[in-house]
Structures are given as structure tokens and as C-alpha cells.
Design a protein around this ligand. Structure first.
Ligand SMILES: Cc1cc2nc3c(=O)[nH]c(=O)nc-3n(C[C@H](O)[C@H](O)[C@H](O)COP(=O)(O)O)c2cc1C
Length: 326
């Protein structure tokens, strides 16, 4: 059996090029971008270009799109894969397209996007069929990410539909839309999907199955591999602990990083974000990331509060230096 593969899961507001590069250096085999609106891409929206940037030093990057119109989704995939999009630039080209069929947010599902597509499997299949030839033309796999179901488990049937329509890879978040992000993800859903995929008709290639939900240790990942997954996508646990990828890849025992290491990680994030997006945006976006890294540490609530009011990289630096000196 080949070695398990670990990816950084797509996370809007978090899995940008700065964080993807960090996770890649720490062992993530590849990373998925934040979700990108296919409609915005089709309208050549300038702000959207930033989401489609791939910078030097990143691990292989899959770009994720969301939407519900098959032709718009195909157009968006073509724009991204050809790099024919104003403002998007690739240090290395994307290694795949991921279709978001799992986002639970109201503003997304009320528009028929994200997890709403699990209630419309025929439309979901048409989207996959429309995007597939674009991926084939560019020689990259088509990935589909979805949940256990809407309010009950329908993922095994949905996975078969996705495979028959041409999905090369499936990432399964083992919670329903109704469950949002709690309670715990249930890897037995991955097992049910793996079994359903084994029964695909002749001529339908078996998609690679990635498990997702609560992977925060090698033991948690193992539950997905035992269920028949070849890889696991790591979401929230990586935000507070990007070092987790080294542990997952090398089976190293996790020793919590020292405060100095956490501070250097935060400083790296704020400096690289400021360089990438300008100081105002870079500092603003680093606050949430710093909060994830500091969670649970002594005195971190007051520190987070101060960082939330910091407006420059220099202020971040001095607040963190003071905290280290305590
Ligand atoms: C802040 C945040 C943003 C997310 N954004 C996306 C997204 O853009 N696309 C997507 O498919 N999933 C998104 N997700 C879902 C994650 O990819 C993942 O499926 C979910 O968090 C479960 O994995 P975990 O338990 O390891 O966090 C997001 C999750 C979080 C917490």
C-alpha cells in the first residue's frame, strides 16, 4: 500500500498562499485554495484574482471553485487552468480543480451552491461532466469535496454519482450540513462511501478517497485510512498547529511548540502577509491566524485582544516581544 497523503483542507480566510507555504514546508503533500466564486471569475472580478495566486515555495496547489451553473463552472476552471485571468499569477501551475459541494453557509446554499448541490445530484453530475473535459485538456485531476449529506447520510450515492460523472478524487467531510462543524466527524461514513465506490460499474475509474473531519493526530487520521481512504485533509487542527503535518508524515510524537516558536510563526505570518497584501490587509488578516496559534496558552486572551488592536507589523512585533518577556 502506498504511503498516505495529507493535504491542507480548503479554508476561506485561512488557506491563502502564506499559510499553504508554511504547511507545505511542515509536510503537507498538497494544499487546496480558499473557495473561489466561479461567477466572480467569469466576470473577471479583480479582487478574486488574489485568491487564485500561487506563490513560490508553496506545495502543489489545487484551486477550489464554487457555483452551480455547469457552463460557468467550466469557464472558471478554464480561466484558472490556462492562467488567462487578469491578476492571477502562478509560480507553479495549479495541480487540480476542486469543486465545492460541501459549504454549509446560508449565503452559499441559499444560492444553490456548496452543499445545496447534494440535494440536486443530477445538477451536481452535470457540473462535474462540464468541468471534466477542461481538466482532461489541461492534464489535471478533477476533485469534488462534499459532506456526509444534507440532514442525513447520502454520501455513498452521491459519491457514485460523482464518480460516474468523472470525479478523479473525492474529499469527504464526514458531517452533514445540518451538523455544520460539530459533533465529531464520523469516519464510518467514509467506510460506507469506500464500499459504495467499490461497486462502481465496469469502465468507471475509482476516484481517490480522502477523509476529512477532526484529523488532529496520527490516530485520528488512521481511522480514515482504516475506512478505506488513501489520504486525509486537515482543516481546523492545522490552524492552531501547522506542525501537525510533520507529525502526520513522520509519525513523530507531538511536543507542543515553545512560546518562542509560536511567536516566530505568528511573526512570519504577519510579515509575509504584509508583503503579499500590503500592511493594512496583511495585519488585519493575521489577527485571526494569531488567535488560532495562541489558543489555550496562558495569558493569550489579553494578548489576542492587544493584537486585535495592532495596526502595523511593528506593533505586532513589540506586543509579542513584551509577551515573551513576561
Ligand atoms: C474557517 C473555515 C473556512 C472553510 N472554508 C472552506 C472552503 O472555502 N471550502 C471548503 O470546501 N471547505 C471549507 N471549510 C471546511 C474545511 O475544509 C473542512 O471540511 C472542515 O473544517 C472539517 O475539517 P476539520 O474538522 O479538519 O476542520 C472551511 C472550514 C473552516 C473552519
Amino acid at each position: 500500500m502506498s504511503a498516505p497523503v495529507f493535504s491542507l483542507a480548503p479554508m476561506a480566510g485561512f488557506s491563502d498562499s502564506v499559510f499553504r507555504r508554511i504547511c507545505g514546508e511542515l509536510g503537507a503533500d498538497f494544499a487546496v485554495s480558499e473557495m473561489i466564486s466561479a461567477v466572480a471569475l467569469a466576470h473577471r472580478d479583480k479582487k478574486t484574482a488574489r485568491l487564485a495566486k500561487i506563490e513560490a515555495g508553496e506545495p502543489p496547489v489545487v484551486l477550489q471553485i464554487f457555483g452551480h451553473d455547469p457552463s460557468v463552472m467550466a469557464e472558471a476552471a478554464e480561466l484558472l487552468l490556462s492562467g488567462d485571468y487578469p491578476g492571477c499569477g502562478y509560480a507553479a501551475p495549479p495541480v487540480g480543480i476542486d469543486l465545492n459541494m460541501g459549504c454549509p453557509m446560508k449565503k452559499i446554499v441559499n444560492n444553490g451552491d456548496g452543499c445545496a448541490l447534494m440535494n440536486a445530484p443530477a445538477l451536481a453530475a452535470r457540473i462535474i461532466e462540464a468541468v471534466k473535459p477542461v481538466c482532461v485538456r489541461h492534464g489535471v485531476p478533477l476533485c469534488v469535496k462534499f459532506r456526509a449529506g444534507w440532514d442525513r447520510v447520502t454520501a455513498p450515492d452521491f459519491a457514485r454519482t460523482a464518480a460516474e460523472a468523472g470525479a478523479d478524487k473525492i474529499t469527504l467531510h464526514c458531517r452533514t450540513r445540518e451538523q455544520m462543524y460539530a459533533p465529531c466527524a464520523d469516519p464510518s461514513v467514509a467506510e460506507a462511501v469506500a464500499n459504495a465506490l467499490q461497486k462502481l460499474g465496469p469502465g468507471v475509474p475509482l476516484p481517490k478517497l480522502f477523509g476529512n473531519g477532526d484529523v488532529d493526530s496520527p490516530a485520528a487520521a488512521r481511522r480514515y485510512f482504516d475506512a478505506g481512504c488513501v489520504g486525509a485533509a486537515v482543516g481546523r487542527a492545522a490552524l492552531g498547529n501547522p506542525w501537525l503535518f510533520s507529525e502526520l508524515k513522520n509519525g513523530e510524537r507531538f511536543s507542543p511548540p515553545a512560546r518562542e516558536e509560536i511567536v516566530s510563526m505568528i511573526l512570519r505570518i504577519v510579515r509575509e502577509s504584509a508583503a503579499a497584501y500590503g500592511e493594512v490587509v496583511g495585519v488585519r488578516e493575521s489577527r485571526g491566524r494569531a488567535a488560532c496559534l495562541l489558543r489555550g496558552l496562558r495569558g493569550s486572551a489579553a494578548l489576542r485582544d492587544r493584537l486585535n488592536r495592532a495596526a502595523t507589523v511593528a506593533q505586532f512585533e513589540s506586543i509579542l516581544a513584551e509577551w515573551l518577556a513576561i
